[in-house]
Structure formats: structure tokens, C-alpha cells
Design a protein around this ligand. Structure first.
Ligand code: KDG
Length: 311
């Protein structure tokens, strides 16, 4: 190991084109094209929160891939770990969702992003990174991507796992098995309550979920409880962190990713768990004021100012 690591945070996953509408889908409905995907949303928020961030993903080797790559760069995320090859860019449709209730409609089966594999990873870079982040979505998109996540979890000094359960990509039973396996290697796990904690762990409270994941081996658990706050369960104790009221709620897409990205970045940059979580909930409460996963990515200055309003 020579000197400082290249990255504070490396995120693994698939970048997706996002087609967003404000009305139910239908022929002729005006749509907005954006670049998103949970990995990019996490990476963008981590970069905005002051971390040096790399995104390990696969993009197409055409003009569309060039445009997606330009957006990754524009969000302050390094493109050094991005691989390019022939294939189809994955996408999803989202109808702006203030309540956070809707399922995404995907066109990603066999996409270039889901072809991510261990061969695409630089294991030395992952081992040196301050933290490596992956999600249940990445585990669900293909066997090769799931293997890449397992390998990354094995080499990372701090592995962060966001279960991000998507019933259109996997079953609760399978996602639960993957969660249990990866929790055992995790520095931080970020399930959501009540959806993921009940479907994947079969527990009825956020604290029980945190305890169950700690018992499986996770060092710390941050159970996100939507607009209420975050339940932390860690070696240092069990702490509740209140959410910060959102100034505007247009679309909840990416709110959970904002928590994961901001929390991971601030922990790696040296904040304690409670302070980092306070900033993470503040960032998420600003993100819901934008449309799409990366429609509004607050700067660290904006996030700190917003967190301060919570008193
Ligand atoms: O967390 C938000 C993501 O779910 C959204 O950006 C779409 O990445 C996405 C996915 O694969 O569902």
C-alpha cells in the first residue's frame, strides 16, 4: 500500500436511465430523461458530502454511454472505475412519487450494467477504499453482479450494505438470504422499516431489526424509518435520530440512497455515527424536494444548514 487510498468511498452497481413523468404513464405523456440508479444516487450524495468517490459500473461504449458518463462526472463522482462495452443501457420509468409507494417499471434485463462481474473490479482499489457500498439491487440484477458484490464485501476494509429490496427484481426469501450473508461481513447495514425489516427479517420493530443484524455480525445498523428518523444499533449503543422535516416533497426516489451516501461519506471522513446520521437525514429531506434520483443533490453546506434547522 502506497500512501493515501484513491477513494474514500467506492460504490458498485448499475447506472440507469430514468424516464420520469408527473402523470400516470400513457402515450404522449411528457417525460423527463435523467440519469439515476441507486448506485449513482448513493455515489452522488457521498461526493456532495465531501468524499472522494469512485463508481464501479459498466456503461455502453456508444454515445449514450458517453452521455451517462458525463453525468457521473458532473455529479463529482470519479469515472476511473467505470468499464465500457457493447450492450444495452438499462432504464426505468418512474411516475413522481411524493408518498414513496410506487414500484418502478424496468427495462434492464440483460443490460450492460447488469453484466458487472468480478473481472470488472480493481480489487486493490476496493481493499484500499475507506468504504465499499453495494445494494440488494446490485445483488438481484444478475449472478455475476451478485458475485462481484460478495467479492467486494470480502476484500473491503469496511463494507456497507443497503438491502434496497425490489420485488420486481427478486423475492423476499432470496433477498433475505443475501442480507443475512452480507450482514455478517458488514461494517454498516441500512435496511428500511417497516418494508424491508418485516419482509426480509420478519421482525416487527426497527430496534429488533438492528439487533438481529448485529447478531449476524454487522458492526452497525442504521434502520431508516422514512419521515420519522433513523434507529441506530451499534456497539456504541442504540440511538434514535429524528428526521428533519422536508421543506418540499415532490418525489421520494433516492431519499434512502441519500441517507446511505451521506452517512457513509461522513463516517469515512471522520464524523461519529450520530453526527453522520444527522447529516444523512438532513440530506434526504432535501433530496425529496427534487424529481428523480439525482434531480436534487444538496451540497454539504446546504445539508449542514438544513440539519441546523432541526435544532
Ligand atoms: O433507490 C432509488 C432507486 O431504486 C432508483 O434510482 C432505481 O436504482 C434503481 C433501481 O434499480 O430500482
Amino acid at each position: 500500500m502506497t500512501g493515501e487510498a484513491a477513494f474514500d468511498v467506492v460504490v458498485l452497481g448499475e447506472v440507469l436511465l430514468e424516464v420520469g413523468t408527473e402523470q400516470p404513464f400513457g402515450h404522449g405523456v411528457p417525460a423527463r430523461l435523467q440519469v439515476s440508479g441507486d448506485a449513482l444516487n448513493v455515489a452522488a450524495c457521498a461526493a456532495a458530502a465531501g468524499a472522494r468517490v469512485g463508481l464501479a459500473c459498466v456503461l455502453t461504449d456508444d454515445e449514450l454511454g458517453d452521455a451517462v458518463l458525463a453525468r457521473v462526472d458532473e455529479l463529482g463522482v470519479s469515472t476511473a472505475l467505470v468499464r465500457r462495452r457493447r450492450g444495452q443501457q438499462g432504464m426505468y420509468l418512474v411516475h413522481s412519487d411524493p408518498e414513496g409507494q410506487r414500484e418502478f417499471a424496468y427495462a434492464r434485463s440483460g443490460s450492460v450494467g447488469s453484466s458487472l462481474s468480478v473481472d470488472d473490479l480493481d480489487l486493490d482499489v476496493l481493499a484500499e477504499a475507506g468504504a465499499v457500498v453495494a445494494s440488494g439491487i446490485t445483488c438481484a440484477v444478475s449472478a455475476s453482479a451478485a458475485a462481484a458484490v460478495r467479492t467486494a464485501a470480502g476484500v473491503a476494509s469496511r463494507f456497507v450494505y443497503d438491502p434496497n429490496f425490489r420485488p420486481r427484481l427478486t423475492s423476499a426469501a432470496e433477498a433475505g438470504v443475501v442480507l443475512r450473508e452480507l450482514a455478517a461481513r458488514a461494517w454498516l447495514v441500512t435496511p428500511s422499516f417497516p418494508g424491508e425489516t418485516s419482509a426480509l427479517l420478519g421482525v416487527g420493530s426497527a430496534v429488533e431489526a438492528g439487533r438481529a443484524l448485529r447478531a449476524l455480525g454487522a458492526e452497525a445498523v442504521a434502520v431508516t424509518c422514512g419521515a420519522e428518523g433513523v434507529q441506530l444499533v451499534a456497539g456504541s449503543g442504540e440511538t434514535w435520530v429524528d428526521a428533519v422535516p422536508a421543506p418540499a416533497v415532490l418525489d421520494q426516489t433516492g431519499a434512502g440512497d441519500a441517507v446511505v451516501g451521506t452517512l457513509t461519506a461522513r463516517l469515512v471522513r471522520g464524523d461519529d455515527l450520530v453526527t453522520a446520521t444527522g447529516l444523512a437525514v438532513a440530506a434526504a429531506s432535501l433530496v425529496v424536494g427534487g424529481r428523480g434520483g439525482t434531480g436534487l443533490v444538496p451540497t454539504l453546506e446546504q445539508t449542514r444548514a438544513h440539519a441546523a434547522t432541526a435544532g
